[in-house]
Design a protein around this ligand. Structure first.
Ligand SMILES: NC(=O)c1ccc[n+]([C@@H]2O[C@H](COP(=O)([O-])OP(=O)(O)OC[C@H]3O[C@@H](n4cnc5c(N)ncnc54)[C@H](OP(=O)(O)O)[C@@H]3O)[C@@H](O)[C@H]2O)c1
Length: 291
């Protein structure tokens, strides 16, 4: 079996590198077929997914499974530069989908809760209608649509509030602030679920071995606000920094963010099973490794 990880130097991509190298994730061993598989890792320096000729060339290798972790993830930057975000998130995904389909490879494409408008107050299922409110979400949805259109053997994995040891993410921002501030303000009216990148990668590898193609929601279990998450990080790390809850309207931004983006894991339950940890358990175990 030949596996290609695209965007392999990003937060999630590096998590795949680690799990595939060690043969295990935090919550369990991965299938033996991944241990014996020939693995190739590329990021933008080796493969720019927006260049279809480059994609064609690298796919000479006839991969069986392609995991796309690459994306233009700068949400604020996307608002100022639609074209670049569309080029990577939509056309790049399209290029991978076209070539995967040509060689018969399965494509795992990672997407986001930002495809939803956040007006719900019950968890979004895979059957709910997407209605993105910002440029990042719009371009990611366009990428999903291209993947569905061009690659029949595809899995679209939507996740949210991702953190891992290899990224610049909310957890490290809080840890850094907690060390130097007595108090901070964090929004309390945006509700979602933090997702440990290691748990996500583990589930993606399980999904990739099936033929249960379609959209999957894979995030931590449970529900919290950014303020709850920040408080948990401070408490677990023994930091004395007080977290004050503020409203999104107190912190005006150009980018509109969904106020509610909890994902229901219907497809996981119906296929490989939902072993995603509750967000509190996952962050506790993550911080044990950090402190
Ligand atoms: N982070 C979150 O909170 C979050 C939430 C929901 C969903 N997601 C989704 O989860 C996936 C992984 O996110 P992440 O946090 O791991 O992102 P990340 O750390 O930003 O990694 C993305 C990687 O893709 C690379 N890349 C950018 N443009 C490329 C191109 N044209 N060709 C090839 N590679 C390119 C980036 O390289 P450079 O760094 O050099 O640009 C980076 O190494 C993405 O699909 C993202 O949309 C993330």
């Amino acid at each position: 079996m030949k596996v290609l990880v695209v965007g392999a130097n990003g937060q999630l991509g590096k998590e795949f590198q680690e799990i595939l190298r060690n043969g295990t994730a935090d919550i369990g061993k991965i299938d033996d077929c991944f241990i014996t598989a020939e693995k190739t890792y590329v990021d933008i320096d080796e493969l720019d997914i927006t260049d279809i000729q480059a994609v064609k060339k690298i796919f000479d290798k006839n991969f069986d499974i392609v995991i796309n972790c690459s994306a233009y993830t700068n949400v604020k930057g996307a608002e100022e530069d639609f074209d670049t975000a569309y080029k990577v998130n939509a056309l790049g995904a399209r290029n991978l989908a076209i070539i995967c389909s040509k060689i018969g490879a399965k494509l795992i494409h990672v997407s986001t809760d930002y495809v939803f408008d956040g007006n719900s107050n019950i968890p979004y299922t895979e059957a709910d209608i997407a209605n993105p409110q910002n440029v990042y979400g719009k371009t990611k949805l366009a990428g999903e649509n291209f993947v569905k259109e061009f690659c029949p053997k595809s899995f679209i994995i939507r996740t949210n509030w991702l953190y891992g040891k290899y990224g610049k993410n909310f957890v490290y921002t809080m840890l850094n602030l907690g060390k130097v501030k007595d108090e901070i303000n964090v929004v309390e009216d945006q509700i979602g679920t933090p997702t440990n990148a290691n748990d996500l990668a583990y589930h993606i590898l399980r999904i990739a071995l099936t033929e249960e193609y379609g959209i999957y929601h894979v995030s931590g279990n449970g529900v919290c606000s950014w303020k709850d998450f920040a408080e948990e990080i401070m408490n677990l790390s023994g930091l004395k920094c007080r977290v004050n809850g503020i409203k999104s309207s107190d912190y005006p931004e150009k980018v509109k963010r969904p106020s509610y983006s909890v994902l229901d894991h219907v497809m996981l339950r119906l296929t490989v099973g939902d072993q995603m940890r509750n967000w509190k358990d996952a962050i506790k175990s993550f911080l044990k490794g950090e402190l």
